[in-house]
Design a protein around this ligand. Sequence first.
Ligand code: ZN
Length: 105
Amino acid sequence: MQKLYCCENPLTARHLKNILENNGISCLIRNESLHATAGEVPPILAWPEIWVNDSAQFEKAELLINEATRERNSSTEEWRCNNCNEVNERQFAICWKCSEMRNEY
Ligand SMILES: [Zn+2]
């Protein structure tokens, strides 16, 4: 097992896990439950982490994460998926619901 990614938002972690699993990569989220009861834990330690089960898939997983988070700072608008019409937050390059690639307008 190899740690792939750490992010502040559990929803983002879940979204990214979803993308990985849709691409056949076995992974899990650590610290997801800790987040709600973080009380005395320094916040950084309670951030959800995404772990890849098979390190042979790690490189592919990393590319997918980079792809999915690449738009984070370059766009300010929410966008609507052309496939399922779901509204996605701007940092997502792939629809959280159906994994359709974001379309550039
Ligand atoms: Zn969609």
